[in-house]
Each structure stands twice: as structure tokens, then as C-alpha cells.
Design a protein. Structure first.
Length: 426
């Protein structure tokens, strides 16, 4: 099972992630729709019972019957009327009663003459509640019947049982289920389209192979930029030296030519002094030195000669170091303290510690911390940017069993790598 997961293509993983997201969203929508339908159904029951009870309480027929008739005669007049209202309004009961709560009407004739089961307000006012009566739990509203002179003549209560509310809710469920299935189907379609799009770009490569491809591209880009800067700087110095020679200013021409050698020799000495050094990393550092000078950045490198061999491949080493240096140069170039420092030294466990610091405040360390934590880059993607830089650094380092930490004052990326394979920890 582990091997299957490791070799699953990036396109398949994208499909599964998006499909899972669609299912989760669909489930959440389904829960929301059911809860909302339940709330709406209950609110509708309260509205209908309140409106019906208020209408009946203001009906001249009800007022006259309660004011002038004996209880038996009032029942004979009001019971057919109440049953008709129940049928027309879709209610479960309408109970008209005397001021003390004696029933004059009820869907169950045996309940007429009994006491109303529910809350009767102490003063004439409307009250809606959920109460368990003779028909079971129900949403009911009780409204006072008041004579023109303000005298309380009786009460009207109308209600809908919870069972009826549940039946109404069940009738609405197919719509909610249909909406949910539609959302899941759209999500599955989107996941399938994303899978085809991803496969068109990455083929059937698993995530590790895609990362290796990106790492290779980033390494080539980084070395290319460094070599371009070095070539450009050397070209400028050569043109200047030739011009000075033509003017007869030989000493100045020699000084310019030897200055380049002196500036590079210190770095060359440090690179070659490291017995386990990587030529690609050395070339990168030499190229970045030229790039720093081209951008007016103070370039500092300290390489401990005892630094062991890296567990990373040359491609990954260049990708990690190059992206961290690029990030530091971008910040230094936009800041007030224009310097970048690279440190390579051994760790206590026999591995490598790589530190890249800068004095720039153009990209604050707090912003870079947020960016790094979410796997983005401080530069946009495209021809002028590197949209995957810091995310690639983290993926490569963590994949090799190492760690990356970002600290401030000054802003410093610290990469800790384990010993290379086959190397024993002292």
C-alpha cells in the first residue's frame, strides 16, 4: 500500500484531493440545507398558527358565539367552523375555549368540555409555544378573544403537530439531496478536468518526479543567472581595461584586472579548501558573487573546510542554495543595508548547516515568515519571478530528512541537513 501511494501520479492525487473536497463540501451543504429546511418549516408553522388564531379571534362569528351563547350552543355553532378552518389552513387542530380554558371545539369530539392543555397567559396576549397535548407535541399559538369593550371572552388556539412538521420536512429532502448530488457531480467533473489538465502538464509522473523536474529547472535557471552575471561583469571589466590600455593608463588597467582576481580568489580558496565540496555549488557561489557586485550588494561567504559532503544531489543543492540566495538578494537590493552572507559549516551530528542571511528590509522577515509557512514565494511567478522558490526549498530539504528555519534580526534562513548516506556520525 505504501508503494502504491508513493508511485501514484500527481494527476491522480489532484483528482482524489479535489474529489474528496467536493464530497466534503457536498456533505456540508446537505447538512446546511437540512438544518435550514427544518428551521424554515418550524418558522412556517409558527407563522401559520399565529395568523390563523389571530384571524379567528377577530371573527365576528367567534366573538358573538362566545359573548351570547351557552357553552353547548357555542360548540354547535363554532365546531363546524373550526373543522373547516383546519381543513383549509392545513392545521392539525383549532381549539376555541372559554376564558378559563374549557374547550368548546376540538378535532376529537371527546375532548370538548375538557381543559385546554397548554399555557394560558395571565393577561390577554398572544403566545406561541411547543407543547405536548392530546395529539402529541405541537407548535401552537394562543390568541385572546376580546369584546369591543375590552372584556376577555375566551381564547383561540391553533396548532400543527411536530409529526406534521417532520412530514413536511421529509417532502423537502429530495430537493436538498438533489442539490447536494449536483454539487458533488460538478466537483467530480472539475476534479476530472483538473486531472486531465495536470496529466497534460506532468504526464504520469509522481509528485517526487515532478519536484525533481522543478528542482532541475530551478538549478539551471540559478546557474544560468549566476554565469550570465559573471560573464557580464568580466566583459565590462575587460572593456574598461582595454580602453585604459589604449589611453596609455597601464597601471589602472592592471589594477582593474587584478582586482577581479583578488575578489574571487578568497572565495575560490574557501571552496577548494573544503575536501567534500560540490563543484556545482562552488560555481554557483562564484557566479552569485558577480551577481551581487552587479547589483551593488556586499557579498560575504564563510565556508568551514570541515563541512562534510551534502546528502543532496548537485541539482538539489544548487536549487536550495540558489533560491535562498536569490531571496536574500531581492531583500537586500530593496533595503538600506545591502549585504548577503552565506555560511556553510558542519553540524554536531555530522551533517551540514547552511545559513543565508541578509540585511535588507525590502521584504520584512515577518512577511517572509508568513510566506514560507504557507509554501509560497516572495516573488511572483512568471518571466520576472520565481513562484515556487521557498516551497521548493522546503520540499527538497524536508524530503532529505532535514529542516528549514527562518529567524529575524537579521533575517536568516537556516537549513540543517543530515549526514550523507554511508557517512557515520562521529
Amino acid at each position: 500500500m505504501t508503494h502504491a501511494r508513493d508511485t501514484r501520479s500527481i494527476a491522480s492525487r489532484v483528482f482524489l484531493v479535489l474529489l474528496a473536497a467536493a464530497v466534503v463540501v457536498g456533505a456540508l451543504v446537505a447538512v446546511f440545507l437540512v438544518v435550514d429546511a427544518q428551521r424554515a418549516t418550524h418558522a412556517e408553522a409558527e407563522r401559520v398558527t399565529a395568523a390563523t388564531a389571530a384571524t379567528l379571534a377577530s371573527s365576528p362569528l367567534v366573538i358573538d358565539a362566545l359573548a351570547s351563547e351557552e357553552p353547548g350552543e357555542a360548540t354547535r355553532v363554532l365546531e363546524p367552523y373550526a373543522l373547516e378552518v383546519i381543513a383549509d389552513a392545513g392545521l392539525d387542530f383549532v381549539t376555541i375555549m372559554t376564558p378559563d380554558g374549557t374547550r368548546l371545539t376540538h378535532p376529537d369530539l371527546d375532548q370538548i368540555g375538557g381543559d385546554y392543555l397548554g399555557t394560558i397567559p395571565d393577561a390577554p396576549r398572544t403566545l406561541t409555544e411547543v407543547f405536548t397535548g392530546t395529539l402529541g407535541p405541537s407548535v401552537r399559538t394562543i390568541v385572546p378573544v376580546v369584546a369591543s369593550g375590552g372584556e376577555l371572552l375566551g381564547w383561540v388556539s391553533s396548532g400543527v403537530t411536530i409529526e406534521s412538521i417532520s412530514e413536511t420536512l421529509i417532502r423537502r429532502l429530495p430537493l436538498s439531496i438533489g442539490i447536494t448530488l449536483g454539487l458533488v457531480a460538478l466537483g467530480a467533473l472539475g476534479a476530472w478536468i483538473a486531472r486531465r489538465f495536470t496529466r497534460g502538464i506532468a504526464g504520469d509522473l509522481p509528485p517526487g518526479k515532478v519536484r525533481d523536474a522543478v528542482s532541475s529547472y530551478e538549478s539551471l535557471r540559478t546557474l544560468g543567472d549566476a554565469l550570465r552575471a559573471q560573464t557580464h561583469e568580466h566583459g565590462n571589466r575587460m572593456h574598461t581595461a582595454v580602453a585604459l590600455l589604449e589611453l596609455g593608463r597601464t597601471d589602472e588597467a592592471i589594477e582593474i584586472l587584478t582586482a577581479t582576481s583578488r575578489q574571487s580568489q578568497s572565495l575560490v580558496d574557501q571552496v577548494t579548501a573544503r575536501q567534500a565540496g560540490d563543484p556545482a555549488v562552488g560555481a554557483l557561489l562564484l557566479g552569485k558573487a558577480s551577481q551581487a557586485r552587479e547589483r551593488g550588494i556586499d557579498w560575504r561567504v564563510r565556508i568551514d573546510p570541515d563541512t562534510p559532503a551534502s546528502p543532496l544531489s548537485p541539482v538539489d543543492s544548487v536549487a536550495v542554495l540558489g533560491n535562498l540566495i536569490d531571496n536574500a538578494m531581492d531583500a537586500a537590493a530593496a533595503g538600506t543595508e545591502r549585504w548577503v552572507e552565506v555560511v556553510l559549516r558542519p553540524s554536531t551530528g555530522g551533517g551540514i548547516i547552511l545559513e543565508v542571511s541578509d540585511g535588507g528590509d525590502g521584504i520584512p522577515s515577518e512577511l517572509r515568515q508568513r510566506v514560507f509557512a504557507h509554501g509560497y514565494s516572495t516573488k511572483p511567478a512568471g518571466a520576472q519571478g520565481r513562484g515556487v522558490g521557498l516551497a521548493l526549498v522546503e520540499a527538497v530539504v524536508v524530503g532529505a530528512g532535514g529542516s528549514v528555519e527562518l529567524t529575524a534580526h537579521p533575517t536568516t534562513f537556516t537549513v540543517v541537513l543530515p549526514p550523507a548516506r554511508g557517512r557515520r556520525t562521529p
